[in-house]
Each structure stands twice: as C-alpha cells, then as structure tokens.
Design a protein around this ligand. Structure first.
Ligand SMILES: Cc1ncc(COP(=O)(O)O)c(C=O)c1O
Length: 302
C-alpha cells in the first residue's frame, strides 16, 4: 500500500492454525486470520476499512479527516495514525465530556496530531444529521467525513478483500461485530459455499442486522453472501465484562500465548468455542476466526 501510506503493511495478513485439544476432539480446524499484525498502529479491520476512504480523500483533494467515536474507540486511534503517516490533519469528535488526564486511546490519538473535540451525548446521537454536520463544517471548514467506526461503502469494499487473501479451503468465517461494516464486507467476499458468523459485542436487536444489510445494499445493491449473527455473547453490553469472560481470556492466553482484546475478540472467540461445544459445526469443518486486535484497549470506568 506504499502508494497510499509511506509505511510497510503486513499484507496479506498471516493465517495461523490454532492447535487446541478441544478442536482435535471435535474434528475441526480453526485458523486465525491475524489482521492485528497488519501494522502496530493501524491494525486489522481498521486498515481494511480506511484504505479506500484514504484513497477517496486523496482523490477529492481533502487534507483533513474528521470522524466520530467513543473515548475508547480503536477507530479513532487508527484514524489518527493514518493521518500521521498519510499527511492528513485529523479531527476526532468524541462522545461525551472531556476527562483529564486523557485515557490511553485518546492520549495516543492526540500524540499523533489528532485534534479532539467533544459532543454531549444528545448531540452525538444526532451526528449524522445535516444540522450537526453543517455545524462541524462551520467550526472546522472542509473535511473528509468518516462515520463512527469507519463503516461506510468504502469500508465494506475494503473488508470484502479479506476472504480473497485466504488460500486454504475454508467453510466458515467468524468475526466480532461492532457497527457491522467488517461483517458486511467479509460476507460479501465469500464464495457461495462459505458462511460468515458475526458476533455482536453489544446488546443488539434486529436493527444491527438491518444496518449490515443496509451497508451491503449501499455497496452492492442487495444483501450479499451467506451470513448470520449470534446475539448471545455480548456479556452485558459494549465494553462490559464478566468473570466468566475474564477466565476465558486467561485460559486462552495460557493455551495459546495470545491475549485477546476483551471488548471484541474475546467475545467472538468465546462464542466460537461455545458453538463448538454445542456441536454447531460438523466434523471436518474449517473455520477462520478474524483477529483484528490482540492487545486489550484501556479499561473504561465501570
Ligand atoms: C478489534 C475490533 N474487532 C472488531 C470490530 C468490529 O468492527 P465493525 O465495527 O466493522 O463491526 C472492531 C470495531 O471497532 C474492532 O475494533
């Protein structure tokens, strides 16, 4: 991607087999798609989601990227890094009030030159409205707008490239779902025989399925690829954790020397092993689990 950013990106990202007696017993193969190793600062689904947006911003002659996120957003961090390496000014619109000192995520974003500004929660909820966007233009002038989580048509197209990087025969791909852009793209990139499972990390209702379908309709004109959501693994909601999840993370770290990001990847991996326990996959199935982040994001206050 030298033409977009002057840095080395580890693409295609590595595919690693998970050696685990529970898988051997069930006759399954699980391969980890290590998107977290694409780049230390622009890892995983973040690069896939930002890539065509960076290209579009350049084409449009924009020198500023503006985006939205919570105080612990990985997307805010990644946008700050892309701006730093790609020569864009970046503006991060953060939900809620400023808390000082800044947490690790926001301190990092600021260290990469991002200008942080805050929107109260009510205004933040209306962030896609013309009134709020116009107001941001009055404050910050011209900018390339990235939605919260970076999930737009270009993000879907970038994510759709992931399955094509996998050279092994694969039946199922599983990934964590926040805004759904990654799943929308990944599912669209599957062959007709393959299936994608999305694991929402927030308490989601039918709205999430509609959002993902909507992203696919915007990108491809119709719901695309075979996919479904497993709703029962949010552990109380976004960035919520339980002792059960924590002990799963610790057990996984002991077995595989990999510390799963607890906001996203741990919930996805827990869902995978629970589904295996419930015999959801016939013996002989090969499953790819998308690891978009392996270091835990900072712990939000309870
Ligand atoms: C580590 C990680 N995994 C998965 C996701 C989910 O991506 P999406 O918002 O496209 O559903 C995110 C999104 O922020 C993430 O940071």
């Amino acid at each position: 991607m030298g033409e977009l950013l002057p840095i080395e990106l580890n693409l295609p990202s590595p595919l690693q087999e998970l050696r685990d007696d529970r898988l051997t017993a069930a006759g399954l193969r699980v391969l980890l798609k290590r998107d977290d190793l694409i780049h230390p600062e622009i890892s995983g689904n973040k690069w896939r989601k930002l890539k065509y947006n960076v290209a579009a911003a350049r084409e449009q002659g924009q020198d500023t990227l503006l985006t939205f996120g919570g105080a612990y957003s990985n997307h805010i961090r990644a946008t700050a890094a892309v701006g730093y390496y790609g020569g864009f000014k970046t503006i991060g619109i953060i939900r809620g009030e400023e808390h000082l000192p800044l947490n690790d995520s926001l301190a990092y974003a600021e260290s990469r030159g991002m200008r942080l500004t805050y929107l109260d929660r009510t205004t933040y909820r209306a962030k896609t409205s013309v009134a709020v966007i116009d107001d941001l233009h009055r404050q910050f002038g011209d900018f390339y707008l990235l939605p919260e989580g970076g999930s737009n048509t270009r993000a879907v197209e970038g994510s759709a490239e992931l399955p094509g990087e996998i050279t092994e025969p694969v039946d199922v791909l599983i990934c964590a779902v926040g805004t759904g852009g990654t799943l929308a793209g990944v599912a669209a990139g599957l062959t007709p025989q393959q299936h994608a499972i999305g694991v929402p990390v927030l308490k989601a209702g039918a709205f999430l399925e509609q959002e993902i379908t909507g992203l696919q309709q915007a990108a491809y004109g119709a719901r695309t690829g075979s996919w479904h959501l497993e709703y029962d693994y949010h552990f109380g909601g976004y960035a919520k954790r339980t002792p059960d999840l924590d002990s799963f993370i610790e057990d996984f770290r002991t077995r595989h020397d990999l510390l799963l990001d607890w906001v996203y990847e741990a919930k996805m991996m827990y869902a995978l092993f629970d589904q295996i326990d419930r015999k959801a996959f016939p013996a002989g199935t090969t499953i790819v689990a998308l690891i978009a982040q392996s270091t835990p994001v900072a712990t939000p206050p309870c």
